[in-house]
Design a binder for this molecule. Structure first.
Ligand code: C2E
Ligand code: MG
Ligand code: MG
Ligand code: MG
Length: 283
């Protein structure tokens, strides 16, 4: 039976591996092209301040549309770009693009928004603070308008190497958010050592049905309170989830319930049409 499916199908497993490898090689090739052509776009997802019910800012999330391959998820191509080192030039493009967007909004609107940008491990090099300082200066953006999202595993991988980078960024007045909290290996005892201002609790806890998720949500909130850290709930999709997050006293929330990540024109249509200062969020 296997023979009928072709030469490579004696073991379906092998065929799968070959397909995955082929997909990877294709993506890798297209990715270098895309880097040259700047075929990327940043989408922005609102982060809501639950106390004031106002917009706190946006998370920048990269999108890649390839003419042949279609839309490719960052969950697929970011790890690939990390493997090949392409994340470094790509990350630079992301930083420039987001700061340019901030400068544009600063000129057009009274309110100063905050954009948070995801940072990969390879970007945490000794030169990162200087690089970002230059970009910020180039676009005349306030460092407090920029936040960097770094996952626990990224932050703690070779912590003696990453720590000076993190400290330098924090010293510049750039807030650091601990991304996907609860999914990595960081122990709670390390949390207080990190130069972070904010913890983003991973969406799996917010969406999880099991009662143990509630225990984790409440425990994380309690620790953040003790350590004076702000806390964001990621992936809030329903009113019930929002109510619970509110009940637990979370500072911020983000998720499809409020808005999906949007391209700039759609974001401006939706959120920037009203006079910005009175733009209360409908919750
Ligand atoms: P992340 O940083 O944890 O980003 C949150 C992801 O959750 C985003 O997926 C976002 O679209 C999605 N999300 C937000 N709200 C909801 C919700 O209510 N329900 C569900 N199911 N999902 C929600 P996205 O945009 O596909 O990005 C996936 C991951 O790729 C990101 O996870 C981040 O690790 C990475 N990534 C995205 N953009 C960048 C970037 O510019 N640079 C780097 N280094 N990584 C990026
Ligand atoms: Mg993130
Ligand atoms: Mg996250
Ligand atoms: Mg994630």
């Amino acid at each position: 039976r296997a023979k009928q499916r072709g030469r490579n199908c004696y073991y379906p497993f092998l065929q799968e591996m070959a397909d995955a490898l082929y997909r990877k090689m294709t993506l890798r090739h297209h990715l270098s092209q895309a880097l040259e052509n700047h075929d990327f776009e940043l989408y922005y997802q609102p982060i809501i301040d639950l106390n004031s019910q106002q917009l706190k800012g946006f998370e920048a999330l990269i999108r890649w549309h390839d003419e042949l391959l279609g839309q490719i998820s960052p969950a697929e191509f970011i790890p690939l770009a990390e493997e090949t080192g392409q994340i470094v030039p790509l990350g630079l493009w992301i930083l420039h693009s987001a700061c340019q967007q901030l400068a544009n909004w600063n000129q057009r609107y009274a309110q100063q928004f905050i954009i948070s940008i995801n940072l990969s491990r390879a970007q945490l090099q000794p030169s990162i603070a200087q690089t970002i300082e230059q970009i910020i200066r180039q676009y005349n953006v306030n460092p407090s308008q920029l936040a960097l999202e770094i996952t626990e595993s990224t932050m703690l991988q070779d912590y003696c190497e990453t720590k000076p980078c993190l400290d330098a960024l924090a010293a510049m007045g750039i807030e650091l958010y601990l991304d996907d909290f609860g999914t990595g290996y960081s122990s709670l005892s390390q949390l207080h050592e990190l130069p972070i201002s904010t913890v983003k609790l991973d969406q799996s806890f917010v969406q999880g049905e099991h009662s143990s998720n509630k225990v984790i949500i409440e425990a994380t909130k309690a620790i953040c309170d003790k350590l004076n850290l702000k806390i964001v709930a990621e992936g809030v999709e329903t009113q019930t989830q929002l109510d619970y997050i509110n009940h637990c006293g979370f500072d911020y929330c983000q998720g499809y319930f409020f808005s999906r990540p949007l391209p700039v024109y759609e974001l401006e249509e939706t959120y920037f049409k009203a006079p910005i200062m009175s733009m209360a969020v409908q919750l």
